[in-house]
Design a protein around this ligand. Structure first.
Ligand code: ZN
Length: 414
């Protein structure tokens, strides 16, 4: 039985999708203004394993992961410079050219990491109509207000604002930033639509004038378009729990009156010397740089040695350790396959029961996708297979093949 930690209820829950046999899942995708770094690997490898495991369990999974190509301002709330416009000015290219380049780069890196492509990768700039419609609905229902060409969500109209992150608007007011946008009724209000100032390139006409959508509204509009007003899993980085995911809940539930998401899953971050790795912090390693030193498989294996909800401390020694561990596993499998070729069809069965290892592996994965524990099971299997390979007994090819089949079932092809 699969149990997951649901951030929304802050508890472990048995996983039961809204519809039997089907899982509808959304994960916040990257803002494409730079090459992906190890923090992205942590997030998207973690959710790739979750999708793969749900499919292994027999669920039909519809996996949507967006591409943020507009509206993500440097302050994650909704003030400051547009990250994409800022980078494109530096590089003297059109913002959409920058977006195209880094979207390709992102998928190139994710493919190298052996992440399955999402079933749908909606781009925010291709869903402006949906975001305007949702904004109009929130205005019509009295949850939003227009001021000077921008539209804001009024958090005081949505009493459960804060239910995901445990924060409330009063806390925010107490710790409000020095500069509060005077157009907002309450400091915690957030933009659904922003007026485009002169010189802002990415702009669209709207009932409130030329502008562009806020960052949060894209995830509500695109997830509900493809997954329905209520769906099973919403994933993302822990650092986006607030304000991004909190705002998604407020917008979506205010507009539809239905519960937005059943399970919120959050991955933790990659740290360097105990501090967060991030583009804005300047301590990040891009995946392209990492792949120049280590194989993408080793980077993936390194990520899976931490639980998705735990931090992953990056160092060259840690990735090299993971690479060596992976090599040991792969060596065992290569030796096993060589032995199978030279083994008789008839003979004594190898004294290892595949079911025992499978059971241990699945118990680990059922335990909120405990990949470090699951990987430990593969090392147990490899250790016991090595012992068999060291013996002179000629075990039957079929019984050895069952062990290689198990490696492939649980660990993939090599
Ligand atoms: Zn999002």
């Amino acid at each position: 039985m699969l149990s997951v930690y649901n951030t929304l209820t802050r508890s472990r829950e048995e996983f039961k999708p809204l519809d039997d046999g089907r899982v509808r899942m959304y994960v916040c995708g990257p803002t494409v203004y730079g090459h992906s770094h190890l923090g992205h690997a942590k997030s998207y490898v973690s959710f790739d394993v979750i999708v793969r495991y749900l499919r292994y369990l027999g669920y039909s999974v519809l996996y949507v992961q967006n591409i943020t190509d507009v509206g993500h301002l440097s302050d994650d709330a909704d003030e400051g410079e547009d990250k994409i416009e800022r980078e494109s000015r530096k590089d003297r290219v059109h913002p959409m050219q920058l977006v195209e380049m880094y979207t390709r780069s992102y998928f190139e890196d994710m493919d190298a990491l052996n992440n399955l492509r999402p079933d749908i990768s909606p781009h925010a700039a291709a869903h402006i109509t949906e975001q305007i419609e949702l904004t109009k609905e929130l205005l019509a229902r009295g949850f939003a207000y227009e001021k000077n060409g921008s539209v804001y969500f009024d958090v005081t109209k949505f009493p459960s604002y804060g239910k995901l992150s445990g924060r409330n608007p009063e806390d925010l007011e107490a710790g409000a930033r020095v500069e509060v946008n005077p157009d907002k009724r309450n400091p915690a209000d957030f933009a659904l639509w922003k007026k485009a100032e002169r010189g802002h390139i990415l702009r669209w006409p709207s009932p409130w004038g030329d502008g562009f959508p806020g960052w949060h509204i894209e995830c509500s509009a695109m997830s509900m378009k493809y997954l329905g007003t209520s769906f099973d899993i919403h994933g993302g980085g822990l650092e986006n729990q607030f304000p991004h995911h909190e705002c998604e809940i407020a917008q979506s539930e205010a507009a539809t009156g239905a519960p937005f998401v059943k399970y919120w899953l959050h991955n933790n971050m990659v740290t360097v010397d105990g501090r967060k790795m991030g583009k804005s912090l300047g301590n990040f390693t891009t995946l392209k740089d990492a792949f120049a030193k280590w194989s993408p498989d080793a980077v993936r294996f390194f990520v899976l040695q931490s639980h998705y909800r735990s931090t992953l401390d990056f160092s060259a020694a840690a990735v090299e350790g993971a690479a060596k561990g992976l090599e040991r596993l792969n060596n065992t499998r290569r030796n096993l396959r060589d032995r199978i070729k030279n083994s008789p069809a008839q003979g004594e069965a190898a004294p290892l029961d595949p079911a025992k290892y499978r059971t241990a592996f699945l118990a680990a994965m059922d335990d909120d996708f405990n990949t470090p524990q699951a990987v430990a099971t593969l090392f147990d299997l490899a250790r016991d297979v090595n012992q068999i390979l060291a013996s002179d007994t000629s075990y039957s090819a079929g019984s050895l093949q069952a062990l290689e089949d198990l490696f492939e079932e649980l660990g993939g092809k090599v």
